[in-house]
Design a protein. Structure first.
Length: 75
């Protein structure tokens, strides 16, 4: 996957990967298609941070979920 290109498909891929890594119980409620390519850079930053961490603390998971919620609402 070439994440250097801003596309809706890449946004959806990154959201799905974040959800998988976080093992989000409410992942189904957070549809990847609800995110816009306009937020690509912010989503990429979250994706990069989540994927480069071996483990995330509960507070980090909560912060990521909160940020995703804000990004989803700011389309």
């Amino acid at each position: 996957m070439d994440l250097s290109k801003k596309s809706q498909a890449n946004v959806e891929y990154m959201i799905e990967q974040i959800k998988t890594k976080l093992r989000m119980a409410t992942g189904a409620a957070m549809q990847a298609s609800a995110f816009s390519v306009n937020q690509y850079d912010d989503i990429y930053d979250l994706y990069d941070m989540v994927m480069n961490k071996q483990n995330l603390s509960i507070s980090e998971v909560e912060a990521v979920v909160s940020e995703l919620g804000q990004l989803r609402g700011n389309q």
